[in-house]
Design a protein around this ligand. Structure first.
Ligand SMILES: Cc1ncc(COP(=O)(O)O)c(C=O)c1O
Length: 331
């Protein structure tokens, strides 16, 4: 505050001050940020304070962008081709042209990971409408952009796998199918669901649609095993087609063959059906699978991770670490 005029004095930052200034912006959480590629610069930075997006990119002021998150485990990208397929689908749905062919995007991702020099990391990839003014008009933007951010890969604590997680039904309504199927940067309902979970002290909340069918969590899918031994997942009409749940549903066929499961189906699941489940579980890219032991105040099964969870998680981990068909080497 200027003592004579009483007005707040805000410093003017000149371009030549910027590098020194950006060092002072360093925060503790920046230690988890390893590298970022931006097609705006066609370059990679490793300084977290420089990991920025132009404010006139419509991704910033309208959420006009699509994204993906996938992981690199022991130097291999897991299931990356399905993530890139979903990226292409999302971009097509909102008529954003990918700035590069998916093969080139994959090469950019790999090079950014090599610069990050981390064999285990999380990749976040954004394709934006691009800079071009501040209205909602997508035709304002001459060129879509790609941003790739490499951060640490952090798993939930061991006890969440061993003792299970608690979930409840969300008060945030399910998105209409068209928007739910697109992995867009328009995630306000998802943010509110996460806030709801944190505020109420559970691990996840799951949304409901108008017909009373359960949908998905903030950035995770769920599934349940009925008392008859049928592994049931919500259909993908009102939720995102999760790469993890799809892969798990394929791997679960082995459990049908071995007699642990009767069948694997995609169907509507009501709150009452979930309450009577023998087992429930969450699916998502970063953590793979987590057992649900409490659903909306009801203890599920024995209140401990069940047999199907243990077997399916074992199959999924094997896939993540050793299935060459799903691994893309980076180094
Ligand atoms: C809304 C939503 N549902 C489900 C998922 C799970 O998808 P995946 O298994 O591909 O991570 C995600 C992933 O981030 C998501 O954003």
């Amino acid at each position: 505050m200027d003592s004579e005029s009483g007005q707040k004095k805000i410093r003017i930052i000149r371009p030549e001050d910027f590098v020194e200034f950006s060092q002072r912006l360093r925060k503790e959480y920046h230690d988890q940020y390893y590298a970022m590629y931006s097609s705006v610069w066609d370059g990679i930075v490793t300084e977290p304070a420089l990991m920025m997006v132009p404010v006139d990119d419509h991704m910033v002021h309208r959420g006009d962008a699509v994204f993906e998150a996938f992981k690199c485990v022991s130097g291999n990208l897991y299931n990356v081709h399905r993530h890139l397929e979903r990226l292409r689908f999302s971009a097509d749905q909102v008529a954003i042209e990918l700035p590069f062919p998916t093969g080139e995007i994959l090469e950019i991702v790999k090079e950014t990971i090599r610069v990050a020099a981390r064999k285990d990391c999380l990749v976040r990839l954004f394709v934006s409408r691009g800079p071009g003014g501040f209205t909602t008009d997508p035709y304002e933007c001459p060129q879509s952009q790609l941003y790739v951010v490499i951060t640490s890969l952090r798993y939930p604590p061991r006890e969440k796998y061993e003792e299970g997680v608690r979930v409840k039904v969300s008060a945030v309504p399910a998105k209409p199918g068209f928007f739910a199927n697109i992995k867009s940067c328009n995630y306000l309902p998802n943010v509110l669901m996460k806030k709801e979970a944190v505020d109420s002290g559970v691990d996840f909340t799951i949304c409901l649609d108008e017909s009373g069918s359960l949908g998905e969590s903030t950035t995770e899918n769920f599934g349940m095993v009925s008392k008859e031994g049928v592994l049931r997942f919500p259909r993908f009409d009102r939720i995102l087609r999760g790469t993890t749940v799809v892969r798990a549903s394929e791997l679960a066929r082995d459990l049908v063959d071995s007699g642990l499961l009767e069948d694997v189906v995609f169907c509507d699941i009501s709150v009452e059906e979930a309450r009577s489940a023998a087992e429930m579980m969450m699916f998502g890219t970063t953590f793979d699978m987590l057992p649900i032991v409490e659903f909306d105040g009801t203890i599920i099964g024995s209140g401990k991770p069940g047999k199907v969870f243990k077997e399916l998680y074992r199959l999924l981990l094997e896939d993540v670490h050793n299935n060459r068909n799903f691994l893309e080497p980076v180094f």
